[in-house]
Design a protein. Structure first.
Length: 339
């Protein structure tokens, strides 16, 4: 293969960093190898099961219902429990299977929702191949599906996401007062544009939600976001997520060493906005010093991705990331228990 042009390198870099930023512990984008200090577990996006899978602790059911593409992890405790709508980041596909299983084993029902295809084109039932023009109504339908389940306690649905999925969780929570709590890993205070540009990430009633779009700088990836946050305030004002409309407690988890976007800074801005609006519910803003952007889940995490042309840094060290993920995961279980 010949030398890759600068333009092609740029496209591959952007493709890798945004897809891997949503990959959790999924397999890497083609041409991108992950580094976590230990072997990363591959995510299974295989065909839909014909019947629920069972073990002694949980039941896993593939959901294909009126356009909804999801996996339902039901606790086998036999009584109504809190449910969690779980959202992956911009990498698409389903959220991390191991994390969802662990929550279900701990007694929480989990709906792992896919809203964009992953780099392998899975799940095939979805038509959207990248994060652009995602209708909030699709996420609303997932909330409604959960609320209708007999296993879910009335008024007991929380939402959790990572990176762009955290952004989405906060946006959805601001529109749906039946969400009893929001957990946001590496969140954003703003609605950002589509992955690779070209339009909005989110729509409602067919109308684009206002968004910010930075200019990418490969030598300083955080500058894309900091330039917007530090620039003319009419842009962040229009694109700000109305987090004060969320009708329940909020848990923010981020890393000060995040190299994908300034999630710790944006978490602080979210907390400040909530205080300014005299937010009536509990807010927790947990920040780690030496961890990756990818914090949702437990055990080893991804700190970098490698291609023959470049290295993608997600921040932190393997040991710091694993410690942060384990601590954060323990905290979200305490948070859910309090709802």
């Amino acid at each position: 293969m010949g030398e890759m042009s600068p333009q092609a390198k740029h496209r591959l870099y952007r493709r890798c960093i945004w897809f891997l930023a949503g990959a959790s512990l999924a397999a890497a984008v083609s041409g991108c190898a992950l580094s976590s200090g230990k072997r990363a577990a591959a995510q299974n996006d295989g065909p839909a099961a014909t019947s629920p899978k069972r073990n002694s602790d949980i039941t896993i059911e593939e959901i294909r219902d009126n356009g909804l593409v999801a996996r339902f992890y039901a606790s086998a405790e036999g009584r109504q429990r809190t449910a969690v709508l779980m959202l992956a980041g911009s990498g698409g596909g389903f959220p991390d299977d191991a994390a969802a299983r662990d929550l279900a084993t701990s007694g929480y029902h989990v709906l792992g929702l896919a809203y964009v295809r992953n780099w392998q084109g899975q799940p095939a039932e979805l038509t959207r191949e990248r994060l652009i023009n995602v209708p909030l109504e699709y996420i609303f339908s997932a909330l409604d599906w959960l609320r209708a389940r007999r296993e879910v306690r009335p008024g007991g649905v929380a939402i959790m996401g990572e990176s762009r999925g955290a952004e989405l969780a906060l946006v959805v929570g601001s529109y749906r007062q039946d969400v009893v709590g929001v957990i946001a890993f590496s969140p954003s205070e703003l609605r950002w544009g589509a992955v690779r540009g070209g339009g909005p990430a989110w729509t409602l009633n067919g109308v684009a939600l206002p968004y910010a779009q930075g200019k990418y700088n490969r030598s300083d990836p955080l500058r894309e976001f900091n330039d917007v946050l530090d620039g003319p305030q009419e842009v962040p004002a229009a694109a700000s997520i109305e987090v004060e409309r969320i009708h329940g407690p909020i848990l923010l988890i981020s890393s000060k060493a995040d190299q994908v976007w300034p999630s710790a800074r944006m978490s602080n801005d979210i907390e400040r906005r909530l205080k300014e609006h005299h937010f009536a519910f509990r807010v927790e803003n947990i920040q780690f010093e030496d961890a990756s952007h990818l914090l949702m889940g437990f055990g080893p995490g991804i700190t970098e991705g490698r291609t023959p042309q470049f290295v993608l840094h997600f921040g932190g060290t393997p040991s710091g990331t694993e410690a942060a993920r384990n601590a954060g995961w323990a905290r979200i279980k305490q948070f859910l228990a309090s709802l």
